[in-house]
Design a protein. Structure first.
Length: 363
């Protein structure tokens, strides 16, 4: 069942573009170190030079620097381990057992986040099985060439947009909040229950969505900084770094603030509905539907929704905010009691957040 607020609903479509770019990136990053090692003369079949592209370049290309460091550390440890064992012991069951035990220990000594570095044992066993002069050094050099090409060249070949998840989440939040406020305004205008029917936890408005989007944005920035750190001395390469969409950070900040203020407003509506239903049942009449303050709130809710919608789109919302503030003043003059001020508080704080966003963006 699709999500009413559109925050988690997704249409799954097949797009060959990202898959083709990923395959092309992998092919280039595997072929370049292969031919570099052939030209260098490390061996006639430099397979270890092509393996880093296969094992490091995944869908999350921004994890390549970390995976590259782990791989080269594992290869170096495995080469040193097998070389030392073979110098002390001839190939036999005893030396194999020593390589196996030490390789397993090295896997867990070089673990990261609880995940063992399997490259230690793999390299140690391959070097042990290939007892040829110069092979350990050749494997280490070829692996280093493959890792260097993946880290330096891979990010420049059709890098995916790391900010896409945050931008899509923000758009989903914008459309979901717009639908929510439009429903509230429609019910208030026709005198129905202001908060609407109770929803199950799965259908509840996910007010935490902006915080999740901001966390994705911060993670994307950290990934981009780590990915392009090797290019620090090279200005032209640094200019190719992925940049977030203009104003995305500010709009995420606004979404976070409005999620708090609008949640307060909707919760206050729900409390007003419960109080009105209780008094209406006691009096034998529908007190909640006869509340003029709630009826007069409908234009203010719509104006606020329009201002929030345009602000989260990145469009100019000056006129919408001016209208919303004017309606806020009119409602305050018509219903000046403290009870109604509490009802308007969430909308008023939303206007303040919009004004702060407008001042910060220089609009």
């Amino acid at each position: 069942m699709p999500d009413l607020f559109g925050l988690y609903a997704a249409v799954r479509t097949f797009s060959p573009g990202p898959r083709f770019r990923s395959a092309a990136r992998l092919a280039v990053c595997a072929a370049v170190p292969w031919y570099l090692c052939l030209w260098w003369g490390t061996s006639t079949l430099p397979v270890p030079a092509a393996l880093p592209a296969v094992l490091i370049l995944r869908d999350d290309v921004y994890a390549a620097p970390r995976l590259a460091r782990e791989r080269i550390a594992g290869v170096a440890a495995g080469v040193v381990l097998s070389t030392l064992v073979l110098r002390r012991l001839p190939p036999s069951s005893l030396s194999f057992l020593a390589v196996l035990v030490c390789g397993c220990a090295g896997m867990y000594l070089l673990n990261r986040g609880g995940s063992p570095n399997q490259q230690v044992l793999i390299t140690a066993l391959v070097v042990y099985a290939t007892a040829l002069p110069g092979y350990p050094l050749a494997r280490l050099l070829e692996s280093a060439v493959g890792v260097a090409v993946v880290v330096l060249l891979g990010p420049l070949l059709w890098p995916p947009d790391p900010y896409r998840a945050a931008a899509e989440g923000l758009e989903a939040y914008r459309s979901g909040v717009g639908a929510l406020l439009e429903g509230v305004a429609a019910r208030l205008a026709r005198g129905g229950p202001p908060a609407g029917p109770e929803r199950s936890p799965d259908d509840a408005p996910p007010w935490s969505a902006p915080q999740d989007c901001r966390a994705r944005f911060d993670l994307a920035e950290a990934q981009v900084r780590a990915l392009f750190r090797p290019f620090a001395p090279f200005g032209p390469l640094r200019r190719r770094a992925v940049r977030p969409p203009a104003g995305l950070r500010a709009r995420l900040t606004l979404a976070t603030r409005t999620s708090l203020t609008l949640r307060y407003f909707t919760e206050e509506l729900r409390e007003r509905e419960r109080a009105g239903a209780g008094s209406g049942a006691a009096a034998g009449a529908g007190a909640a539907t006869a509340d003029p303050a709630l009826h007069d709130l409908a234009p203010l809710v719509r104006a606020t929704a329009d201002a929030v919608d345009r602000a989260l789109r990145g469009a100019d919302f000056t006129a919408e905010l001016r209208l919303a503030r004017g309606l806020d003043r009119a409602h305050r003059e018509a219903h000046p009691t403290r009870h109604e001020a509490v009802l308007r508080a969430g909308l008023h704080l939303t206007h303040e957040a919009l004004a702060d966003h407008q001042a910060a963006s220089g609009a």
